[in-house]
Structure formats: C-alpha cells, structure tokens
Design a protein. Structure first.
Length: 105
C-alpha cells in the first residue's frame, strides 16, 4: 500500500471532520446541556479513539519500507499531529460541556 496515496486524502478528510465537529459544537452551545452531552460524548469519544488508531495503522502498515530519514519525518509529523489532536479533544470537550471524571460538579 502506497503511503503517499493514502495519507493525503485521509488527512483532508480528518481536517474536514475536525472543523465539522467544532462547527456542530458551536451550533449546539445554545441547546440544553443534555442535548450537548448526548452528542458531545459520542463526538469526543470518536476523536479520542480514532487518531491513535490512525497513527498506529499508518506506522504499522504504511511505514514498513521507509528509510530511517523518512521514519524520523513520520515520527515528527505524528508528534505535531498529536499536539493538534489533543488540543482538538480539549476544545471539543469544552464546547460540548463535557466534564471529565473526578473534575467536580
């Protein structure tokens, strides 16, 4: 499987879904807490699970034949992507008014 043919489209789709998730969160700010939470838990759970699965899949299946220099580049891209991903999950949790366990009332 050619990494370059897969990563580009998947990255664009991921970016579009991220912006859609943020837009939905902004639109739901005016709705009741129950409505926001019902949708929010699902959206945040997807964003909490899907990027690590994507990173793992890419690393295991698409980076097998890369040189050491290319692998270092992929690691760097994953680190940058991880930072954006963590920030996205935090912003989504705030938009959807999701409380983390143990964070109080």
């Amino acid at each position: 499987m050619n990494r370059n043919k897969v990563i580009g489209p998947v990255s664009w789709i991921s970016a579009g879904l991220a912006f859609a998730s943020l837009a939905i969160g902004l639109l739901l700010r005016c709705e009741s807490h129950e409505c926001r939470a019902a949708i929010g838990y699902f959206v945040v759970a997807l964003w909490a699970l899907m990027p690590p699965i994507r990173f793992w899949f890419e690393w295991v299946f698409l980076c097998r034949d890369l040189s050491d220099k290319e692998l270092e580049h992929v690691k760097h891209l994953h680190e940058l992507s991880r930072n954006i991903w963590v920030a996205l999950v935090i912003v989504l949790a705030a938009l959807y008014d999701i409380k983390w366990p143990g964070s109080g009332p």
